[in-house]
Design a protein around this ligand. Structure first.
Ligand SMILES: Nc1nc2c(ncn2[C@@H]2O[C@H](COP(=O)(O)OP(=O)(O)OP(=O)(O)O)[C@@H](O)[C@H]2O)c(=O)[nH]1
Ligand SMILES: [Mg+2]
Length: 455
């Protein structure tokens, strides 16, 4: 255990509520609660895991602070694996604050952010992947995000990593045995060496490649609306948001700055960004606006290139095309409610497909959203799939995969067994960084500092 002191915190959010929960964890959790809590029913014992009605009493002046329910829980069957006590007070900030300061005066200290979960990790109840997922669960904003985080907590990812570790350890043990007893004159059993390592490598690749999708689920994605002036970019933003977010006028060059808001497409957070129309700028403000769009183009996940179907395909459209063509983009031909004069052949000759929409009349927007989703996420089947959502995990997996690849190469080239053993040990080290077996205090601090107090 890192430190044996007893910690306490209010675990429910600040503000008015039906109840507010105060948590205490550590050796002194039970003595402290027993000292400040007076059960209503004097007969019968205040036994563990039984909610008990009573009052919190300040022993110094016998003053009742609140009427509460309390519970004691014995180590190790608790969240932190330590003795724990919980007080269900009224959801008044004053009541909770007074009870908390009484607990602190009675010998506990205020918990640091995430310290309950950190103890759960340090005491071996959950691994680091699961501990990190607790924060993701708390912060999840969409069903998909919650599902991904919950998958981590249930141990789906941990089990995959542990299986990889097991395979690598076995191969390492076999390799080391050969190093230790060279006189036996046996060689590596190729059947026991290559297939398990190659399988592990494929599993690593699958998890690594799930990261893009996982990142999309967790952080959301940026979609930039770009095009020449007056084609209906701001109208499209407004139509997607179903609110008059950006200014729309018939005057070309209306939008100068970027206007951004969020929509959800099939559980994915998508930030839609409206931009200034690209043309030869008429003043310094527009010039800066257009420069910003051009910079943003390469940073964004997807561009929706808007064309005006009631206008001819012009030199200005082509200028936009040249700006965006090296990035992920889709084409939306807008204003299809008007007679169409756009030269579709021009688009077809570039090998492009397009979605026809009318931002004004709300036509084709569902199709556009589907196309955005398909481009961003692809048509991969996601139901129940475990996704990596954390860059740290992805990077560590990528390093471990490189080690496995090198181990396989070394063996193919009949290089010394020591080289293979080295690569396998490195791979184990990188996987250990994910599960928390090989961690520095710095990483640990960084992870838990992101938590709220009380979790
Ligand atoms: N008929 C019709 N008019 C549209 C449609 N979409 C936009 N408009 C009109 O086109 C004009 C320009 O629309 P905006 O949304 O301001 O165009 P924009 O691309 O943001 O223009 P800038 O900000 O100047 O680059 C407005 O008068 C809109 O009402 C549409 O689907 N059909
Ligand atoms: Mg605009």
């Amino acid at each position: 255990m890192e430190d044996a002191d007893t910690i306490c915190a209010i675990s429910t959010p600040p503000g008015e509520g039906g109840i507010g929960i105060i948590r205490i964890s550590g050796n002194k959790a039970h003595p402290i609660l027993k000292k400040i809590f007076r059960p209503r029913r004097q007969r019968g014992s205040f036994s563990p895991r039984m909610l008990c009605l009573g009052d919190i009493i300040d022993p110094e002046n016998n003053e009742a602070l609140d009427e509460v329910l309390s519970v004691l829980m014995n180590a190790p069957q608790t969240y932190t694996r330590e003795d724990t006590a919980e007080i269900y007070a009224h959801g008044s900030y004053i009541a909770q604050k007074n009870i908390l300061s009484l607990i602190i005066r009675s010998g506990a200290r205020l918990a640091e952010p995430g310290e309950f979960t950190k103890r759960a990790f340090l005491n071996g109840r959950i691994d680091l992947l699961q501990a990190e997922s607790v924060l993701d669960i708390i912060q999840s904003e969409t069903d998909e995000e919650f599902r991904c985080a919950f998958n981590y907590l249930k141990g789906t990812i941990s089990r995959k990593i542990h299986a990889m570790q097991k395979t690598i350890r076995t191969t390492l043990a076999n390799t080391e045995a050969l190093i230790d007893f060279p006189e036996e004159d046996i060689d590596v059993d190729e059947e026991e060496f290559f297939p398990p390592l190659k399988r592990t490598k494929r599993e690593m690749e699958a998890l690594i490649s799930s990261y893009e999708e996982g990142r999309a689920v967790k952080q959301g994605l940026d979609v930039l609306i770009a095009g020449k002036t007056n084609v209906g970019k701001s109208s499209l933003l407004n139509a997607l948001l179903a609110q008059e977010r950006a200014i729309v006028t018939p005057i070309p060059g209306t939008t100068r700055d970027m206007v951004e808001d969020t929509i959800y497409i099939q559980g994915i957070k998508v930030r839609i960004i409206d931009t200034a129309g690209i043309r030869t700028p008429s003043d310094i403000i527009e010039q800066e606006g257009i420069a910003r769009v051009k910079r943003k183009i390469s940073e964004t996940d997807l561009i929706v290139w808007v064309l005006d179907g009631s206008d001819r395909y012009s030199k200005e459209d082509d200028e936009v095309y040249r700006e965006i063509r090296d990035n992920h983009f889709i084409v939306a031909v807008n204003k299809i409610d008007l007679p169409q004069t756009i030269d579709i052949k021009e688009l077809a000759s570039k090998g492009l497909e397009w979605v026809e929409i009318s931002a004004l009349k709300d036509v084709g927007l569902e199709k556009l959203k589907e196309t955005i989703y398909a481009k961003l996420i692809g048509s991969r089947k996601r139901a129940g799939k475990a996704l990596i959502t954390n860059l740290r995990h992805k990077n560590a997996l990528a390093k471990a995969k490189d080690n496995i690849e090198r181990a396989i190469e070394c063996r193919k080239n009949r290089e010394p067994l020591e080289f293979i053993a080295f690569e396998l040990r490195e791979a184990l080290h990188h996987l250990g960084e994910i599960t928390g077996e090989a961690l520095t205090d710095g990483i640990l601090h960084e992870i838990f500092a992101r938590f709220c107090i009380g979790k």
